[in-house]
Design a protein around this ligand. Structure first.
Ligand code: NAG
Ligand code: NAG
Ligand code: NAG
Length: 317
């Protein structure tokens, strides 16, 4: 009897403490200092409105007032940090070669038309600008715009060079970097802990485990950004005839587990921003902001801006 009361009161104490700290995390953790906040994020510079990852795309997005540019990095044969999503040039340039085997000066231009990965049956027709820029070109052109850097290769030299550029351009307070791979994120953090990192995929799973067991409020977190997909968008991306029942169930389950307002509110109260990708229509923009996401990544910066203007969603303070 006594033991039962003891266990019950201990469990109740744990649940109550966990619930209290979930709501008020700053009782236990000092709020992380956010050197910038982003609501409007242009994915690959806005891959639906300009050729992805080009200076033309970045300029268009910045002129529109985007809060952040999202881009991807690789390294060329002559060890220059180049902005490109793919490591192989087949999809985007029509040439089967790896960026790591080609010197920067010899990289081919983009094709005139590129598929938009996160919008079904959509191609983007580019303008004049078909050049893959260097990361340094982006830093030169937009010294005040926050940039989200996806490190696409697990290569120590690449990580070191990106860090050196960020430091040289005095942008540690305007940068977040990482990758789905935990190995890469660990290396980034080790290389330069002053640059904020995002949660890798294994760390997202850990985060969910901690959240659903009530342990999350007790754990310190080194990451400053949670960047996750909205799993439900898969039903819009795939051909409905080719979406099997098990696909739908997995998407539903992932969506239900991941899209939690209580989780997002807890993280944002700790100074960890939540960005959701890659959303391209009003319905999904609305859902993300209703869930308490800090920011939305989109291929269509103009659409997102119009949505925010119409709905009175202000720029972050
Ligand atoms: C590009 O790199 C991958 C992996 O490193 C390799 O398997 C592939 O053969 C390379 N492609 C070319 C065209 O060299
Ligand atoms: C990193 O990339 C450079 C340039 O492509 C290459 O020479 C080097 O071998 C790579 N390092 C590793 C560890 O893959
Ligand atoms: C992460 O890095 C791997 C190489 O280790 C790459 O294939 C992948 O595209 C990257 N993913 C993201 C989301 O950056």
């Amino acid at each position: 009897m006594c033991a039962a009361v003891y266990v019950l009161s201990t469990v109740t104490g744990y649940v109550l403490t966990s619930a209290l700290l979930l709501k008020c995390p700053n009782l236990l953790h000092r709020r992380k200092r956010e050197t910038f906040r982003s609501r409007h994020i242009s994915h690959r510079g806005g891959a639906g409105e300009n050729l992805e990852n080009t200076m033309a795309a970045f300029k268009h997005a910045v002129d529109l007032g985007t809060d952040m540019l999202e881009l991807d990095c690789h390294m060329t044969k002559d060890e220059q940090v180049v902005v490109s999503h793919d490591g192989n040039l087949q999809r985007a340039c029509g040439i089967n070669a790896n960026i790591s085997d080609v010197p920067y000066a010899e990289l081919p231009p983009y094709l005139c038309k590129l598929g938009v990965t996160f919008q079904r049956e959509c191609f983007c027709e580019g303008g004049e600008d078909k050049r893959m820029p260097l990361l340094r070109d982006v830093f030169d052109a937009f010294p005040h715009t926050p940039v989200n850097i996806d490190i696409k290769v697990n290569n120590d030299t690449l990580i070191k060079k990106v860090s050196e550029l960020v430091v040289k351009y005095d942008r540690e307070h305007l940068t977040v970097w990482g990758n789905a791979s935990n190995q890469i994120v660990k290396k980034c953090y080790k290389e330069n802990p002053q640059i904020p990192v995002l949660f890798s995929f294994p760390r997202v799973l850990q985060l969910l485990g901690l959240f659903y067991t009530g342990l999350l409020p007790f754990f310190p977190l080194k990451e400053q950004f949670l960047e996750i997909p909205m799993p439900s968008i898969i039903t819009k991306l795939r051909d409905p005839d080719r979406l099997t029942r098990s696909h739908r169930i997995i998407a539903w389950l992932a969506d239900t587990l991941l899209m939690r307002k209580a989780l997002f509110d807890h993280l944002t109260a700790r100074g960890i921003q939540v960005y959701i990708w890659v959303l391209n229509d009003d319905e999904d923009f609305q859902r993300a902001f209703d869930l308490g996401a800090t920011g939305v990544m989109t291929d269509f910066p103009t659409r997102l801006k119009d949505f925010m203007d119409r709905n009175g969603i202000s720029k972050p303070e």
